[in-house]
Write a protein that binds this ligand. Structure first.
Ligand SMILES: Nc1ncnc2c1ncn2[C@@H]1O[C@H](COP(=O)(O)OP(=O)(O)OP(=O)(O)O)[C@@H](O)[C@H]1O
Ligand SMILES: [Mg+2]
Length: 259
């Protein structure tokens, strides 16, 4: 049965859009049909991150009843479907996100997994998006300010009776000042669905306008996203076996050097 997973956070810039795109790509890697929706209407990023900054027909047009849903869905080269939002201030001002609730059933027709990116914070925009969720993934970084805000996002999801599938800790650098999984779990009282390392490959993929799962499939971040997708699907995935082999690494270094 198709389901909608909303990616939310309390604090901004923690890695929601990166997660929506890469969780989508990782689910696709395991053969699932995926639609990634940009429901961050005030600061949309999905199109920008995937090389389609302004599309002729967007989610805004659908919400304004100026277009049908199928007209605003695009297929990205990575194989995931995307429903981008408009960057135009005029369109942003005219759009009422509340109308997205009426689209829920129709969205479910487009893919097995509908992954929805949302805006940061606890304002009306992010809470409205939570209303279409079957389950919620809360993204945080391993620092106290982000975790405190994540707690508030969890409380709002609970008030709306939306089950938390898990907390995703991203941009983990492994520093002593960061909070470990046990402490995060204890503070948030929710399971940790995964930890995504801080990885240069993520930034490189953003510049290439693709999910890191595609551009750098063996990178630490890509493997961590695949681990989470495997967990959601209940399939086996051994990220250690998916590592770059020594000879591949060696050849890469060799190729990059000019002799
Ligand atoms: N695992 C990672 N390693 C390195 N950089 C990352 C990682 N995840 C995200 N980033 C970078 O962090 C920045 C913020 O990420 P992203 O846009 O996904 O956050 P966000 O929560 O969607 O932000 P906003 O609240 O503004 O919508 C981006 O430059 C992104 O490339
Ligand atoms: Mg974002």
């Amino acid at each position: 049965m198709s389901r909608i997973i909303v990616i939310t956070s309390g604090k901004g810039g923690v890695g929601k859009t990166t997660t929506a795109i890469n969780l989508g790509a990782a689910l696709k890697y395991f053969g699932e049909d995926v639609l990634v929706v940009d429901a961050n209407l005030s600061t949309p990023n999905i199109g920008v991150y995937l090389g389609a900054p302004e599309v002729p027909i967007s989610l805004n047009h659908v919400l304004m009843k100026k277009a049908k849903l199928h007209e605003a869905i695009y297929e990205h080269d990575s194989g995931i479907k995307i429903l981008p939002s408009s960057l135009s201030i005029k369109n942003i001002k005219k759009t009422k996100l509340g109308k997205i609730k009426a689209l829920r059933e129709e969205l479910l027709n487009y893919a097995e997994y509908v992954v929805v990116d949302s805006s940061a914070g606890l304002g009306k925009e992010s809470t409205t998006v939570l209303e279409i969720a079957d389950e919620v993934i809360v993204v945080t970084n391993p620092e106290l300010p982000a975790i405190t805000d994540a707690l508030r996002a969890i409380k709002i999801s609970s008030q709306l009776k939306k089950p938390i599938r898990g907390v995703l800790v991203t941009k983990v650098k492994g520093k002593k000042t960061e909070m470990d999984s046990d402490s995060v779990k204890e503070m948030l009282e929710e399971p940790i669905i995964g930890r995504i390392p801080h990885d240069e490959a993520v930034e490189e993929a953003r510049v290439l306008k693709h999910p890191v799962v595609h551009t750098h499939p063996k990178s630490k971040a890509a493997r961590a996203y695949k681990e989470i997708a495997a967990k959601l699907l209940g399939v086996k995935y051994d990220s250690r076996k998916d590592r770059e082999k020594f000879i591949e690494r060696f050849l890469k270094i060799f190729k990059s050097k000019k002799f």
